[in-house]
Design a protein around this ligand. Sequence first.
Ligand code: SF4
Ligand code: SF4
Length: 168
Amino acid sequence: MSIVKNIAGIATGMSITMKEMFQPTEVENYPDGKGPMRGAQFQERFRGKHQLQRDENGLEKCVACFLCAAACPSNCIYIEAAENTTEVRISSSERFAKVYNIDYNRCIFCGYCVEACPTDAITHGHGFELASLNATNLVMRKEDLLVEIEPALPLEPKSNKDLADVLA
Ligand code: SF4
Ligand code: SF4
């Protein structure tokens, strides 16, 4: 009796499989699609790789307050603060983040850092291709996270590379 029951169960499962085989596919065309996302599509709320934002003057929004690092349950944000000077102004406040690292070996994309930030400096982007065979590649530095300055803005530094040169 149990053999008949098992065969009936398999037949039921196979009938569902056969029926689904002829339904239209729901799979995205990633990675062979067009555009920068290569066919991937996201809901607006998707939490991908973080972005460090700039204000309307091109200055960094991060003021090195450490609230994001304090809120992070995975302890994966590392920040070193530095003071702005009259010669080099990086953020609009007294301090800026000279070093801002996120260790994606540990990040669980909970969004607590984004919620904690008082200046909206850190947000989630839609970057998702983070897989690597080398764990050290998953420690993203400020230069990897910072959005580029709009080309029309006249302020210095003009790019993330210039920023790295200034901080070197
Ligand atoms: S998303 Fe969560 S785990 Fe990742 S850095 Fe932010 S607070 Fe930490
Ligand atoms: S990202 Fe926001 S919360 Fe984190 S140190 Fe910068 S200003 Fe503070």
